[in-house]
Structure formats: C-alpha cells, structure tokens
Design a protein around this ligand. Structure first.
Ligand SMILES: Cc1cc2nc3c(=O)[nH]c(=O)nc-3n(C[C@H](O)[C@H](O)[C@H](O)COP(=O)(O)OP(=O)(O)OC[C@H]3O[C@@H](n4cnc5c(N)ncnc54)[C@H](O)[C@@H]3O)c2cc1C
Length: 281
C-alpha cells in the first residue's frame, strides 16, 4: 500500500492534505486501504456503482466494496465512487475509516488469513475537501495508481521469493535429491522478473511515467511466483497437499498473483492492445 497509495495522494490530494497524511502512512503510524473493486466490478472497474451524492459542501456515499485488502486494520481509504455516467463520472475520495456508516466485514482466504474485506457504505458523509482531484478525475487516478500496483510494489515481494527459493533448494538437498533443471527454470523466472523490476524502479527514479508497460512486470511476477510454488509442490511430494505448513499457505496464496492488481488475462489484453498494437479479438 505504501508504494501504491503514497504517490497517488501526492499527485491528487490537495497539497495541505497530502502534507498532513502521507507522513502518517510512511512512518507506519497508519495503514490505508484501496476501495476500488465491487461485487459486480473487478476487471470492468468502470462499471462501479458505489454512489457519492453532493449535499452542500459535503458528499454522501452509499454502496459496497469487496476484496479491500486490510480494510479492518486501516485508518483511511482511497475510494472510487460514481458521481455521474461513464468513465468521466467516477470521483475519488480520501475517507476516514472510522466515519459513521462504514461497516467492515473481513473475508477469510483459502490460505487461512483474513486478508481482505467487504466494506459497506451507508449514508457516509465526507467533506468536499477530501476529494482527490476534481469531480470526474477518479478514472484517471485509477489509471495512474494501477501501474504502481503492477510494478514498483513488487521489489520486496521479489526479495521474499528469492528467500523462499533458497529455502526450497535447502529442503531439496536435505532430501538428498539433485538440484536440477526445474530449479534452474525457477531461477531464470525470478531473475528475469528482478531485472525487469530493477529497470522499472530506475525508470521511475529518473522521473519516467509508469503506464501500460507495467503489465509486463505484473505478468512476470505472477508467472515466477506460481512457478516457484508449483515447483515446490513437485519437488517436495505431499508437503503442500498433506502438510498444513508454511509451504501450503504460500502455495495457496500464490494463486492470487494472477488475480490481484488486475488478472493475468487483463494484463495480456493490455500488452496486446496498448503495447503491441494488436487488434481486438
Ligand atoms: C489477494 C487479493 C487482494 C485484493 N486487494 C484488493 C484491494 O485492496 N482493493 C481492491 O479494490 N481490489 C482488490 N482485489 C480485487 C482485484 O482487483 C480483483 O479481484 C480483480 O481486479 C479481478 O476482478 P474480479 O475478481 O471481479 O474478477 P472478474 O473481473 O469477474 O474476472 C473473472 C474472470 O474473467 C476474466 N475476464 C474478465 N474480463 C475479461 C476480459 N475482458 N478479457 C479476458 N478475460 C476477462 C478474468 O481474467 C477472470 O479470470 C484483490 C484481489 C485479490 C485476489
């Protein structure tokens, strides 16, 4: 959330609000969440229906979000709402999660963690000063935010995957098996991902603007992560299926990599249409 929400706040919040809030996130004093997806709006985000209605200097929000990661621990939320028709009718707000009318219900994932939540908004009043950008800027905000979610935030995840790769090699050796081509393929996938991610981080640091090209980072992350845990399943027979251990939870969580931040199919569509200029199917 740090790498994803902090740049968005700096770009879109009124400067005084960003100056007050971003240090709270960066210092770890607060946790924030991202309220985009809804029961009927995931890949087709522009169809979202959580409505914000103007009321004097304030707005009144009604609707439901889902899959909102760590909403139960969050102090604030960057929320997309509908204020008009179509892409131009989406408006973003920065909401305090303790505002009356917000009901957060955690959802348990198949790897046994309450990672994300349903979040209900029932006549939630937010001040107009909490709008991010102008009315109708929400779609552009989402388009600017998603590249961070599909690239720069992966750096630490990649370091973690390397650590798990080392742990896998150690376990395979303990069993007396040879470190073979399967592990070589995982190393190549991880290294390709890390090289790509390094280039993306440098591009951002050099003032570059991240866009649809980050869909490549996302595809590489999801493929490498799933290959690592698929290989673990193959090389440590029974561990994932029969043991209720760390590897099992991680294997199950790796399935989410082709869903969060936009599914693998959506990333491939973006690469095909926007980077390779291929026609629609
Ligand atoms: C671990 C995790 C954390 C998440 N955290 C958050 C969060 O903090 N905040 C938030 O807002 N959301 C969050 N999400 C939700 C995530 O963004 C959505 O799950 C994702 O965008 C997909 O939407 P959906 O689940 O509605 O699936 P759908 O959009 O219904 O897709 C279902 C299937 O249809 C395919 N599909 C859909 N449209 C097309 C198309 N045009 N072409 C080809 N195939 C297509 C998809 O690829 C997928 O396989 C999280 C999800 C996960 C798994």
């Amino acid at each position: 959330m740090l790498e994803v929400l902090a740049p968005t706040m700096i770009d879109y919040a009124p400067p005084e609000l960003a100056a007050e809030m971003v240090p709270l996130l960066l210092s770890g004093r607060e946790q924030w969440c991202q309220g985009f997806s809804e029961p009927g709006s995931g890949s087709d985000l522009a169809s979202l229906t959580t409505r914000a209605t103007p009321h004097g200097d304030q707005w009144v929000i009604n609707g439901q979000k889902v899959w909102t990661s760590f909403a139960q621990y969050s102090h604030r939320c960057i929320l997309l709402t509908r204020t008009g028709d179509g892409h131009d009718g989406i408006t973003a707000f920065f909401i305090d999660m303790d505002t009356p009318g917000i009901d957060v219900r955690p959802l348990r994932t198949m790897h046994g963690v309450d990672e994300f939540c349903e979040v209900y908004f029932d006549d939630v009043v937010v001040d107009g000063s909490r709008m991010l950008g102008q009315p109708g800027d929400g779609w552009q905000l989402a388009m600017d935010l998603l590249p961070y979610e599909r690239s720069t935030c992966f750096w630490q995840r990649i370091a973690y995957l390397y650590a798990r790769f080392d742990a896998l090699i150690a376990e395979v050796k303990r069993q007396g098996a040879a470190v073979d081509n399967d592990l070589g393929a995982v190393y190549l996938a991880l290294h390709t991902l890390r090289s790509r991610s390094r280039a993306t981080q440098h591009r951002l640091a050099d003032g570059g603007r991240l866009g649809p090209d980050t869909s490549i980072d996302k595809v590489l992350l999801a493929s490498a992560e799933q290959l690592l845990y698929d290989t673990t399943r193959d090389l440590l027979p029974g561990r994932i299926e029969l043991d209720d251990a760390e590897w099992r939870a991680e294997y199950l969580y790796s399935r989410a990599a082709t869903i969060y931040g936009g599914t693998a199919e959506i990333q491939r569509n973006i690469i095909a249409r926007r980077l390779l200029d291929l026609p629609k199917e």
